[in-house]
Design a protein around this ligand. Structure first.
Ligand SMILES: *Cc1c(COP(=O)(O)O)cnc(C)c1O
Length: 428
């Protein structure tokens, strides 16, 4: 008998709690907003994740969108295995970094040059610094409920990560750090002035549940930025290489000045990227005065995984993924509505959200109202009991992957149907 067979989620979580803060390395994983004991993952394959007790779930977390191909994709696994033998980090340029940069630049119209980082947070943070350096201005605009990583100046009204914890304000972040951050409601076009360096936006908001930009919103931001000489930053850490090869830029037809990417492009390894025109990027060291760097940036394993992932993201693959999300969205909407629950199930390309409300959700206030009614936690557990793993918080979206089969989707909809009946029955 193997020792690991006696491990339980509860015992490991307790052990984790003694040495990891909250038992986790990122707050959402602690299940605070849904309650219950988080499962400790033993392994994962394709659409499925298995915990240390041997329970297998159809997984819609997919590392919050980092694994678009599903877990342990064979192409990614073998690319990483090949790369690791040649050394894992050098502090010098490698061929795969150039290849990945060429690919990103050829897929996203307007991205001429990039800089790689090790996380999406660093990418967004560095893009903001670049924009401030390029414009010589200090003020930045963001939208409530959009998440741009945990950097001080962008964490206010930061959506999922913060909202799931019920944290009010931003302890640890001094007022001066956010004094130049202006927060507006999503889907509301701010009137800017010439002190604004950059407007940062998730072009499809996916950290307050899924909130689609209303027609004209992104274009109006573009126009307003141009009017005052501010830069427009698309934080595509979720939408990039997920909505399609050209991300939100092609999807919306609106071209920003600066982009932040992450998640998908690392193929499940730690990567971030920010980019822009050659002119904007020339402000960055060593070409210009705005400093940014990183010991592990452009990491050989991460670029190998990223290239192996992008290699499989054909036009047909995206069509398949969009179709999967559409079927799943329609199925969930039906299942929940038939049980008498009020829901909104927005679907944008391959992204999908579930809000328990009869009202359309167009900004963070709407999303919060839906999150506060406690329905999501019930749904989360009812689904988990039926072998479906959703992200443990009402502000997260669902990430169907290319590994989710038609059978997985059917099973998920069936589970939702049963879950919804159970929740509706308990309410009577
Ligand atoms: C996840 C995310 C980030 C932060 O990326 P990390 O790799 O977690 O640092 C930034 N922006 C958006 C839109 C994200 O979803």
């Amino acid at each position: 008998m193997n020792d690991s067979t006696s491990l339980t989620n509860a015992s490991l979580h307790e052990r984790a709690n003694r040495v990891l803060v909250g038992g986790v390395n990122s707050p959402v994983r602690a299940f605070l907003s849904v309650g219950g004991t988080p499962h400790v993952v033993a392994s994962a394959n394709g659409s499925r994740i298995t915990d240390v007790e041997g329970t297998t779930y159809i997984d819609y977390v997919q590392s919050y969108g980092a694994s678009i191909l599903g877990h342990a994709n064979p192409g990614v696994v073998s690319a990483v295995q090949k790369a690791v033998i040649d050394g894992t980090t050098f502090g010098a340029t490698t061929v795969r970094e150039i290849e990945l940069a060429e690919l990103i630049s050829s897929w996203v119209p307007g991205v001429e040059k990039i800089r790689m980082t090790s996380s999406g947070t660093e990418a967004a943070m560095s893009a903001i610094r670049l924009a401030r350096g390029a414009t010589g201005r200090d003020k930045i605009v963001k939208f409530a409920g959009c998440y741009h990583g945990h950097v001080d100046s962008l964490l206010i009204a930061g959506g999922s990560g913060v909202a799931n914890q019920g944290i009010v304000g931003a302890p640890g972040i001094p007022d001066p750090a956010v004094a130049d951050t202006l927060v507006y409601d999503y889907n509301t076009v701010p009137v800017l002035d010439e002190t604004v360096a950059v407007v940062a936006v998730e072009p499809v908001a996916a950290n307050m549940g899924l909130v689609e930009p209303e027609p004209g919103f992104l274009q109006a931001l573009r126009t307003e930025c141009d009017r005052v000489g501010a830069l427009l930053l698309f934080d595509e850490v979720i939408t990039g290489f997920r909505l399609g090869r050209g991300g939100a830029t092609v999807w919306s037809g609106v071209q920003p000045d600066v982009w932040a990417f992450g998640k998908v492009i690392g193929g499940g390894l730690p990567v971030g990227v920010f980019g822009g025109s050659a002119e904007v990027m020339s402000n960055l060291a060593p070409e210009g005065p705005v400093y940014q760097g990183g010991t592990l940036s452009g990491n050989p394993l991460a670029t190998a995984a990223g290239l192996a992932a992008l290699d499989q993201l054909t036009v047909a693959a995206y069509e398949h993924l969009h179709a999967t999300a559409k079927t799943l969205g329609a199925g969930l909407r039906n299942a929940l509505t038939e049980a008498g629950l009020s829901v909104q199930v927005p679907v944008v390309g391959p992204l999908l959200g579930v809000f328990f409300t009869d009202q359309p959700v167009r900004n963070y206030d709407d999303s919060k109202a839906a999150a506060d009614n406690g329905m999501f936690a019930k749904f989360f557990h009812a689904m988990r009991n039926r072998g479906v793993a959703l992200a443990p918080g009402p502000y997260e979206v669902m990430f169907p992957s290319l590994a989710h089969s038609a059978e997985d989707i059917d099973q998920t909809i069936e589970a939702a149907s049963e879950a919804a009946s159970e929740i509706a029955a308990a309410a009577h």
